[in-house]
Design a protein around this ligand. Structure first.
Ligand SMILES: Nc1ncnc2c1ncn2[C@@H]1O[C@H](COP(=O)(O)OP(=O)(O)OP(=O)(O)O)[C@@H](O)[C@H]1O
Ligand SMILES: [Mg+2]
Length: 494
């Protein structure tokens, strides 16, 4: 099946976010769509899947004009989307999620639960997940949920699949499985629109690359004709020389010591030290216990045993409020559930952890102070919005992530824990987040960064701790850090 989108335009509240876009998809092709946060990528594919309606322009399927007026229209056309913000039903099982609205019935007209579970199991195995279809969705880490969403799109669709940032929560191993699946389906003439900020990926998987900037189509190229630097230049509009800022060694005295921390079955006997002015990277596969250790330090998860020592004194942290008293800030990996209140405005989200600073003498929120603080951070983080009053839900995914970061920076932390801080963030904005990290480091803030992107971990960390199945397998110094070394430790090798 071939698709052509012609002269597509779209505005939200008078702001034009897509300007006469032309985009086409060949049969059996992977067409990558890239661009900075807010460039209009998600909006374009949402128009193709009937989630948003276009203002003008036409859509053709196999040279015939079609009307995509609803999600159902796109399903009827055999176009499926795996959205950027994971949209699973957390209280239902995996198989219920996969068959929602399309339940199978047996010849008696009853739900054929057995069959649905069987099919689910098989589809999960295809995508490298050997897990029980009866597991409740919400109990799984986001990476797994993301894979399941992809498996269900593959289950229902055989023609066009749109993947909007499918790998942002996946590990290298999971990405390999996904890419194998894509390659297999390409041979069966399935076409893919592939949106990602991980530019290395598109060179591995795509046939063509289109670049959007500020709602305009900058160009479409064959992947084999261009290099990563060409694409970055098209995305940002100028030549970017470095992907990471120049970092100095600013490590000072030890501020945090974790001694034999254990919380079965999540992790055990974890010991490490963190110094002021240091960035300690945490690497490991999804589910290796990295996030859970940080949640313990932040008082979300209770430990079984072990010590947390801050400035040479053992501390008991049994709640995030306590953690913040000790100067710890935690930026979560899951912005949708933990990081942001989506129907609050941008400024409300930014000032939320810092309410004290914006209260007036009567202990009432001083809206002027709130706006001022929010505006400072919008500028500092270069969040693209027309107003601080904008509801967070309507911002692009990457801009939402910048707010998650900004929100905690307002609290002036001494220990800053960042869990996948640049997930879904474009190259330019990533650099901005790196620069903020570097600035904080130079001010003596101790930073822990969990990241699944190996180049980022290596580019930013002074030392890298590697986890495997709940065990801390080793801590590598900057000069002994390589992708191979990290992967070997992360997969249980020596
Ligand atoms: N429902 C909406 N209401 C108002 N504005 C919106 C809405 N959806 C998107 N926008 C705006 O449209 C622009 C394009 O957003 P879009 O989500 O398409 O960007 P994107 O390229 O997918 O970015 P990212 O890489 O961050 O996901 C942004 O400025 C965004 O704020
Ligand atoms: Mg998007």
């Amino acid at each position: 099946m071939k698709i052509k989108m012609q002269d597509i335009s779209k505005s939200f509240y008078g702001v034009k976010v897509l300007k006469n876009i032309n985009f086409d998809l060949e049969e059996g092709e992977v067409h990558a769509l890239v661009g900075e946060n807010g460039a209009g990528k998600s909006t374009l594919v949402k128009i193709l899947t009937g989630i948003y309606l276009k203002d003008s322009g036409s859509i053709f399927v196999d040279n015939k004009e079609v009307n995509v007026g609803s999600v159902k229209d796109s399903i009827d056309l055999n176009i499926a989307i795996v959205q950027q913000e994971i949209a699973t039903l957390p209280n239902m099982t995996i198989w219920e999620n996969m068959f929602l609205g399309r339940e199978l019935k047996n010849s008696w007209g009853f739900l054929d639960v057995k069959k649905m579970k069987e099919i689910t199991k098989e589809k999960l195995i295809n995508i490298g997940l050997n897990i029980d279809p009866d597991i409740i969705m919400g109990t799984l880490p986001i990476g797994k949920q993301q894979l399941i969403t992809i498996a269900s799109a593959l289950l229902w669709n055989k023609k066009v699949i749109i993947l909007d940032e499918p790998t942002s929560a996946l590990t290298t191993k999971e990405i390999d499985v996904l890419f194998d699946t894509i390659r297999k389906l390409k041979k069966e003439k399935v076409s893919f629109i592939y949106i990602t900020h991980r530019l290395e990926e598109i060179f591995e998987i795509s046939d063509r690359i289109s670049v959007l900037r500020d709602g305009e189509m900058i160009g479409t190229n064959k992947t084999s004709d261009v290099e990563i630097s060409d694409i970055i230049k098209m995305m940002v509009g100028y030549t970017m020389h470095d992907r990471y800022p120049k970092m100095k060694n600013t490590s000072g005295k030890t501020i945090l010591k974790v001694d034999n921390l254990t919380c079965e079955p999540l992790y055990r006997n974890v010991s490490f030290e963190l110094k002021e002015g240091e960035i300690l990277g945490f690497s490991g596969l999804m589910g290796s216990g990295r996030t859970e250790i940080m949640q313990t330090i932040f008082g979300i998860i209770k430990k079984d045993s072990g010590k947390i020592i801050i400035n040479d004194e053992e501390v008991k942290i049994n709640s995030p409020i306590k953690a913040r008293k000790y100067g710890i800030a935690y930026i979560t990996e899951n912005r949708k559930e933990e990081g942001l209140i989506l129907d609050f405005s941008l400024s409300e989200n930014i000032v939320l952890p810092n309410l004290k600073a914006i209260l007036n003498k009567m202990k009432i929120i001083d809206h002027k102070k709130q706006e001022k603080l929010a505006e400072d951070y919008i500028k500092k983080l270069d969040i693209r919005t027309d107003s601080p009053k904008k509801i967070v839900q309507t911002l692009s995914g990457g801009n939402q992530q910048k707010i998650v970061v900004g929100k905690w920076l307002t609290t002036n932390p001494k220990i800053l824990i960042l869990d996948e801080p640049t997930r879904g963030v474009d190259v330019g904005a990533k650099y901005e987040i790196y620069e903020i990290m570097n600035e904080l480091k130079e001010q003596g803030v101790a930073i822990i960064m969990i990241s699944s992107e190996l180049p980022e971990i290596i580019g930013m960390s002074d030392r890298v701790a590697v986890m495997h199945e709940g065990n801390l397998r080793g801590i590598l110094n900057k000069d002994e850090c390589s992708q191979e070394k990290i992967m070997t430790l992360a997969t249980g090798g020596k």
